[in-house]
Ligand binder design. Structure first.
Ligand code: SF4
Length: 332
């Protein structure tokens, strides 16, 4: 991918303090997102996707800690920012769209005042009138009639509320936006129109996106590259979303894709992955996927696999390059 790096995550580990000690939610993860790129991140619940997003935004809750590695956004190590510098950096350089707009928007304030407050907090030179004009412009950008600016969140549909949250995220023109399950609570048609809108805004405003979802089809539709997380590790990073969909190589990715019902196929043989993902406080030794992996070898139980590159895709597995190459989705 051409262009400058916008997000650089290097060897990142995040742990939670539990009564039994530290539980590792994100385990030595590294990846880079470049200018104008959309990178999707998929994996089952609890695999560490949202913890990583919160770590990048410096929004980890009490009891969660970055225990190793670094995160740079636009070259800035975000963990070196303090106080006002961090508050300014957040929203002007990096922003986040969360799942469920109702949890993010203040129910007792009009959406206009919420946008205006965000603008005034980060643009000290801006007048209230200019902020209102910018709020109107943002509403047009996300295709909502500016007359709805005086609405309270509960007076808007779910799709409109999510558009308001997107408008707030792009208000200060950050170069990097994390979208964590941004369309999960919405019906399929609204979901599709919001995805189209996100791409339109990306083309117009030129930001990069880390798009997090448990829905592989959605991620594939919107992303240039896709990462797959399992038990806190990034186990596969594809060179393109279509490559991952057509030839998933990692045994876990294959299982994830086999579990997706296909609208275009008569194939009724949809198979879930047997077993369930391990908890952060009880990761299996060796490759954490070994208890569920149909290809597990004795070494998988004791030794962590390293990264192998197969046809430009990064895969963390003990299978040889030849074995991984020969595993095509058509085999199923
Ligand atoms: Fe399966 Fe072993 Fe590869 Fe893990 S390292 S995915 S257990 S084959």
């Amino acid at each position: 991918m051409n262009g400058k790096p916008v997000l650089e995550v290097e060897n990142l580990s995040v742990c939670y303090a539990t009564r039994r000690g530290l539980a590792t939610a994100v385990d030595r993860v590294s990846f880079t997102i470049y200018e104008n790129e959309v990178v999707g991140l998929v994996g089952e619940s609890g695999c560490g996707k949202s913890t990583m997003a919160n770590a990048i935004m410096r929004l980890l809750g009490d009891g969660a800690y970055v225990t190793g590695g670094s995160i740079r956004v636009m070259g800035q190590d975000v963990y070196r920012l303090k106080g006002d510098a961090l508050r300014q950096f957040r929203w002007t350089q990096m922003a986040m769209v969360f799942q469920g707009a109702m949890n993010v928007l203040n129910p007792v304030k009009t959406v206009e005042s919420q946008i205006v407050d965000t603008l005034l907090a980060h643009r000290p030179g801006m007048s209230k009138q200019q902020a209102r004009a910018r709020a109107e412009e943002l509403f047009r950008l996300v295709r909502i009639d500016p007359k709805r600016l005086q609405s309270f969140p509960h007076e808007l549909s779910g799709g409109m509320r999510q558009r308001v949250v997107i408008a707030i995220a792009v208000a200060l023109e950050p170069k990097f936006i994390i979208m964590d399950e941004p369309t999960t609570a919405l019906d399929v048609i609204v979901q599709k129109s919001i995805l189209e809108q996100i791409m339109e805004l990306r083309d117009r405003l030129g930001f990069s996106i880390l798009f997090i979802s448990h829905d592989f089809n959605l991620v594939q539709e919107i992303s240039n590259r896709v990462g797959v997380m399992y038990a806190g590790r990034l186990v596969e990073m594809s060179k393109s979303a279509s490559d991952l969909a057509l030839t998933p190589r990692h045994p876990y990715t294959q299982g994830l894709i086999r579990a997706i019902p296909k609208l275009t196929s008569d194939d009724e043989d949809i198979q879930g992955i047997p077993g369930s993902p391990p908890s952060a406080s009880n990761r299996p030794s060796g490759c954490a996927f070994h208890p569920r992996c149909p290809y597990a070898k004795p070494i998988c139980r004791t030794v962590e696999p390293g990264m192998t590159t197969v046809a430009g895709n990064l895969i963390e597995c003990h299978l040889s390059e030849d074995e991984l190459r020969s595993m095509t989705y058509a085999e199923r």
